[in-house]
Each structure stands twice: as structure tokens, then as C-alpha cells.
Design a protein around this ligand. Structure first.
Ligand SMILES: O=C(O)C1=C[C@@H](OP(=O)(O)O)[C@@H](O)[C@H](O)C1
Ligand SMILES: C=C(OP(=O)(O)O)C(=O)O
Length: 429
């Protein structure tokens, strides 16, 4: 796709699609629940639809009437051995969290995904789940999908010290922990998104949080009739927030955006860099704080350092924040973000290569990158590397590039944001 948008501004207001992390968890926990769950504003992106299909394959009664998803759950012991290989497409969240659930099922299942997912590391979940008693096999001594899982019941308890601040690892262990009465806890080096903990509590499970440790208490049954209303995804809003900040004459309001503090690192960084940003109408939707975020053109941006505990609070926003940094005076350093290298693409490489290809000054670090601004972007040919967040980042770059930005494969945006290009066109003025 060739985008030549220089001279246009982004103006208007938009409710970006719903949160991907919460949509996945609504299907997963709704399927383990005894009771009826209605999910409103479910994200119909490829990743979340793959999660939905997986639970249909596991025998759960899930219907989609277009507006709402209805899950008639029969409890955590009701899943059936799948007849087919479960294909989770591009979704790391799906394969890792579902592995946690399957660890507690006394049957055989095979999980696979697309060429990108089959290159992503699974030992991070396989190690604790094996310690809990599940048999998990995969390519290269169990590291990569396809994964074969033979679960067990009951599992062993675990007090797991996770080497990474990863919500996917934490969630996999907590979900497996539903299938034992023994102590289960996960301690992470920094706090990752906490949607699993919040939603398990909403379903009635005893969850205790003590600093960086989450543990399961006595009640591990999910039993509630719930209506889950999914707020808008800050990771999708991020593209238009950055777009408005770097493009002259722009002002965009993003409505109903999730403001869970484990997700709002991007707002802290944008404020620090001098972005004109305001948050209004703060309220609760589905047990999460949401608000309307307005961002306008911000000509005097300054560089910053993004590191440490802030990283898990904005991990998926780093490619688009790197684009923002090209328009900030000084050297922006992103470090402690080696996790970027094992996402849908190696996002250190894909971001830096593409930034350089359109005329920015950027360099890789083993665990991040350095971006020097303020820099005029020329435009040119880039690759999405099959990665939705990279495709959307460089579509936004075209708003300020002198010439066209040509992105090779843009279909991958369907992973998290199928209507991205329509929404972009609708905001152009
Ligand atoms: O749990 C989740 O919903 C997610 C956790 C993060 O991954 P990690 O747990 O690997 O950091 C994030 O990058 C991903 O987009 C969604
Ligand atoms: C890393 C991401 O997702 P996942 O790990 O679920 O593939 C993402 O959406 O940026």
C-alpha cells in the first residue's frame, strides 16, 4: 500500500476497536465459568476470533449474534478433547493462555499458528506448566509451536518467580492454577497488565495481590452470570494519538479508552515528551477505568528515556513511540525492552530498519533502540514484516513524510485492528 498523506491533518473523534487483551480473556474465562456471560463490544479481530474458535473446538457453547457474544459455560471441567489441531493464527496471547488452561485438562491437544507465531518462544510457559505436571512438547525440544499438550488433573501447585514481566506467562500459570488446590503464586520482576487477575476476581475466584506477587486463594471455581463490556484499546488508540501529536493542525479525541494503570505508560511518556494531551469523562466500564483522550499537534517535543518498570506498561506501543521520538528534540533511548525482539516480528529490527528507510536516525540496542530527533522524514519503501503494529506505525509516518510511504503487506492489521485504514481515512482532513 502506497500512502501519500503529507499536508493532511487528523481531525475528529473516534472510538477505536475494543481491547484485545480483555476480549481474549472474556472468551477464555467465560468458557471456564458455570453460568451465562454476555460480552458486549467484543473485538472482532483475527486474534480474538481465533480464541473464540478454539473454545468452540473445545466444546463450549458460544454464540455470536453480531452485537453480543453469549457464552453458556458449564464450568472449568467441561472442556472436551478437540477433534482438530487448534490454529491460533498470529496470536501469542491465545496460544500461551490457552496452554495454561489445557495443562489442566486430562486430554491431548495440539496448538499451532501462522509462520510468525511458530517462531515465537513457548518455553517461557512450558517451563512452569511442566513443573505443575503437564506434558508439553514442541519443536526444538519444546520451545516452538506446534505444541502438543497432555494435561493432568490435579496439577501441582507452584510459587513461580517469572524471569519476565509478562502478562502471558503470569496468566498461563494462574489459569493452570485453577486445576489444583495447592498453593499457586506468580511473582514478576515488574508489574505487567493485570486483566486476568481482575477478571478472575469478577468471576468469583479468590485472587490476592501483594506487590509483584499474585496468588490464588481457596475458591478457584468461576461461577457468575456476568455482562462484560469491553472498553476501547489504548494500544490501538496509540496510533492516532501519535499521529495527532506529530501532524500540524491535528486534534483527535479517542473515546472510551481503557485507562488501567498497567496499560497507560504511553500517556506518561507522551506527557513527558511535551505532547498536548487531555483526559476527560473518566468513568468505569466493565470494571475498568476508561476516559476520552484528546491529543493535538505538539510542535515542541523533547526526547526521553523509556526503561525499567515503564516498559511492560507500554510494550506494544514502543514502535509508534519510536516514530514520535523522531519528531522530538534530542536523543530518545528505549532500553530494557528485549521482549520486543520476540513479538510478531523482531520489533527492534523492524522499527529501526523502517525508520532508517524513511530517513530517520535510529540505531538498534540489544534491548531497545536510540532515536535522534528532530528529523525530517523523506518517505520510501518499508516492510510490515507481517506485524500489525509495524504496518500501522508506518502508515502514521506517512502523515509527515515528504514523499509516499510504501508498506508491503498491510493485511496484517486485521490481527488487532481490521478497520484501521478506514478509520485513518475518516480522520483525514
Ligand atoms: O496478556 C496479554 O494480553 C498481552 C501481553 C503482552 O505480551 P507479554 O506477556 O509477552 O509481554 C502484550 O505484548 C500482548 O500484546 C498482549
Ligand atoms: C504482541 C502482541 O500480541 P500477541 O503477543 O498476543 O501476539 C501485540 O498485539 O502487539
Amino acid at each position: 500500500m502506497k500512502l501519500e498523506l503529507k499536508g493532511k491533518a487528523l481531525r475528529g473523534n473516534l472510538r477505536v476497536p475494543s481491547d484485545k487483551s480483555i476480549s481474549h480473556r472474556a472468551i477464555m474465562l467465560g468458557s471456564l465459568n458455570r453460568g451465562e456471560v454476555v460480552v458486549r463490544n467484543f473485538l472482532r479481530s483475527e486474534d480474538c476470533l481465533n480464541t473464540l474458535k478454539a473454545f468452540v473446538e473445545l466444546g463450549v457453547d458460544i454464540s455470536d449474534n453480531g452485537d453480543e457474544i453469549l457464552i453458556k459455560g458449564k464450568g472449568k471441567y467441561s472442556l472436551k478433547e478437540p477433534f482438530n489441531v487448534i490454529d491460533l493464527g498470529n496470536s501469542g496471547t491465545s496460544i500461551r493462555l490457552i496452554s495454561g488452561i489445557l495443562a489442566g485438562q486430562p486430554f491431548y491437544s495440539v496448538l499451532t499458528g501462522d509462520q510468525y507465531l511458530r517462531r515465537r518462544p513457548m518455553d517461557r510457559i512450558a517451563i512452569p506448566l511442566r513443573e505443575m505436571g503437564a506434558l508439553i512438547y514442541g519443536r526444538e525440544s519444546g520451545k516452538f509451536p506446534p505444541l502438543t499438550i497432555l494435561g493432568r488433573r490435579p496439577l501441582n501447585g507452584i510459587n513461580y518467580k517469572s524471569p519476565k514481566a509478562s502478562a502471558q506467562v503470569k496468566s498461563a500459570v494462574l489459569l493452570a492454577g485453577l486445576y489444583t488446590d495447592e498453593p499457586v503464586s506468580v511473582t514478576e520482576p515488574a508489574k505487567s497488565r493485570d486483566h486476568t487477575e481482575r477478571m478472575l476476581s469478577a468471576f468469583g475466584v479468590d485472587v490476592k495481590i501483594d506487590g509483584l506477587t499474585v496468588s490464588l486463594g481457596e475458591n478457584r471455581e468461576l461461577s457468575a452470570d456476568l455482562e462484560i463490556d469491553v472498553p476501547a484499546d489504548i494500544s490501538s488508540a496509540a496510533f492516532f494519538m501519535v499521529g495527532a501529536a506529530i501532524t500540524p493542525n491535528s486534534e483527535v479525541t479517542l473515546r472510551d479508552v481503557i485507562l488501567n494503570p498497567t496499560r497507560t505508560g504511553i500517556l506518561d511518556v507522551m506527557k513527558r515528551m511535551g505532547v498536548n494531551l487531555r483526559i476527560e469523562n473518566v468513568r468505569q466500564i466493565g470494571g475498568e477505568e476508561v476516559g476520552d483522550i484528546t491529543v493535538s499537534y505538539s510542535p515542541e517535543l523533547k526526547a526521553t528515556v523509556i526503561e525499567g518498570e515503564e516498559i511492560p506498561r507500554l510494550i506494544d506501543e514502543l514502535p509508534v513511540l519510536a516514530l514520535l521520538a523522531t519528531q522530538a528534540e534530542g536523543e530518545t533511548v528505549i532500553k530494557d525492552a528485549a521482549e520486543l525482539r520476540v513479538k510478531e516480528s523482531d520489533r527492534v529490527k523492524s522499527t529501526v530498519e523502517n525508520l532508517k528507510a524513511i530517513g530517520a536516525l535510529a540505531e538498534e540496542l540489544p534491548d531497545g533502540m536510540v532515536i535522534r530527533g528532530k528529523c525530517k522524514l523523506k518517505g520510501g519503501k518499508v516492510s510490515s514484516y507481517g506485524d500489525h503494529r509495524i504496518a500501522m506505525t508506518f502508515a502514521i509516518a506517512s502523515l509527515i513524510a515528504e514523499e509516499a510511504v510504501e508498506i508491503d503487506d498491510t493485511e496484517c492489521v486485521a490481527t488487532s485492528y481490521p478497520g484501521f485504514f478506514d478509520d485513518l481515512r475518516n480522520l483525514l482532513e
